[in-house]
Write a protein of this length. Structure first.
Length: 177
């Protein structure tokens, strides 16, 4: 993998709004390389700080013009790429002003995939599994300008009650508004 060619490809994808990649995504970008050349090339891009390894198997184009506060959501989407994911629980309720605490170092995400917690260079991502149907998820979330959908206020509260934590933080009056 030629570094200048790799940089050109990454810049082109960044111009289209794609700057978070799984290892598989990068492999598709550099399909001509042998496995050894690919591994060495990715390591070289990380060493030169053109790629950041946000967490295992997830990379962020370091020179991206799109990076910002919502990069962690893009990383969450990449971690559970083929699942339905939405911001809920404390993160959503904080956005709605239903709880006074603002989760600064983490986001809470409901997913149809596996539960898990991932420490990234952009903060902690906490996935909680849901068995809700795709239709239920779509009907009870809203599309935001953010990468992930956001639970409606009542849905976020329902999810919080289901997991059974921090329900005492909820401002009931704000919930009913």
């Amino acid at each position: 993998m030629n570094v200048s060619m790799a940089l050109n490809k990454l810049q082109n994808f960044d111009a289209k709004g794609f700057y978070v990649f799984t290892k598989r995504d990068l492999r598709r970008l550099f399909f001509d390389d042998t496995d050894t050349a690919f591994k060495q090339g990715v390591a070289r891009l990380v060493k030169r700080r053109l790629l950041e390894q946000a967490t295992k198997g997830i990379y962020v184009y370091a020179l991206s013009k799109n990076k910002g506060d919502r990069t962690i959501e893009k990383i969450a989407g990449a971690l559970r790429k083929y699942e339905y994911n939405y911001i809920s629980l404390e993160s959503a309720l904080s956005e709605y002003g239903v709880i006074s605490q603002i989760p600064i170092d983490r986001i809470t995400v409901m997913t149809t995939g596996r539960k898990g917690t991932f420490k990234t260079s952009y903060g902690v991502i906490e996935f909680t599994h849901t068995k809700r149907s795709r239709i239920d998820i779509i009907e009870n979330t809203v599309k935001m300008v953010y990468p992930l959908r956001m639970a409606k206020k009542a849905t976020a509260y329902r999810d919080l009650k289901r997991v059974g934590r921090n329900t005492e933080m909820v401002d009931r009056r704000a919930l009913d508004e």
